[in-house]
Design a protein around this ligand. Structure first.
Ligand SMILES: [Zn+2]
Length: 202
């Protein structure tokens, strides 16, 4: 028997609801007799599907149409290099908006945004021997003393306590020089270690 299944109809010729049937397929229960949500008429639908050519054909057809959706949903997505970092930077920019250091003098107020402070922190950390990459930074101008943090990837050729102490010192010098921010608390997070001399390893 040839059956034409119209998946846009409300009901199958046998009277079964197509909405429920497609839901059954989307839930990964395309096998005949596994239909129905728990309770209710689930058992009855299962029994009906087992003996109904119409339902079996519709289930097979819906499964065929749905399988590319399922394949796409479960396929791993390759994230382009640098994308995550730039997203994080953007998110931090948004979160930082309106935050910053405000200083009042007799002649007016000076506001230095968290973003500007983060630029200073990145520049101070870049180029220090042992820093392979600066991943990002955070500024919390609301605390006293102001607390900042930087995330880096280190190379494998320097002891980390020495490296982090150099990074901290450089950031403190630059924040003082660039933004008159004295005595900040500087957290240094070493996210990873790179092995530049050994190809293929990181
Ligand atoms: Zn049926």
């Amino acid at each position: 028997m040839d059956l034409t299944i119209d998946l846009t109809a409300k009901h199958l010729p046998c009277g079964a609801s197509l909405d429920l049937l497609i839901e059954q397929v989307a839930d990964g229960r395309a096998g005949v007799g596994t239909g129905g949500r728990a309770g209710g008429d689930a058992a009855e639908r299962a029994r009906h599907q087992a003996g109904c050519a119409c339902c079996r054909a519709a289930l097979a057809e819906a499964e065929l149409r749905w399988s590319p959706v399922r394949a796409t949903a479960t396929a791993p997505v390759a994230v382009p290099e640098g994308l995550l970092r730039s997203i994080l930077e953007r998110v931090r920019d948004i979160a930082d908006a309106g935050h910053g250091l405000i200083r009042y003098t007799g002649h007016g107020a000076t506001r230095i945004t968290a973003r500007a402070l983060r630029r200073i922190i990145s520049r101070a950390s870049t180029g220090i021997p042992g820093v392979a990459a600066v991943l990002g930074s955070r500024v919390d101008p609301g605390t006293r003393p102001v607390r900042v943090a930087v995330e880096v990837i280190a190379t494998d050729d320097r002891p980390l306590p020495q490296l982090t102490s150099d990074i901290r010192a450089a950031i403190r010098v630059e924040l003082d020089r660039g933004a008159s921010l004295d005595d900040p608390t500087v957290d240094v997070l070493v996210q990873d270690i790179a092995f530049p001399g050994r190809a293929g390893r990181r």
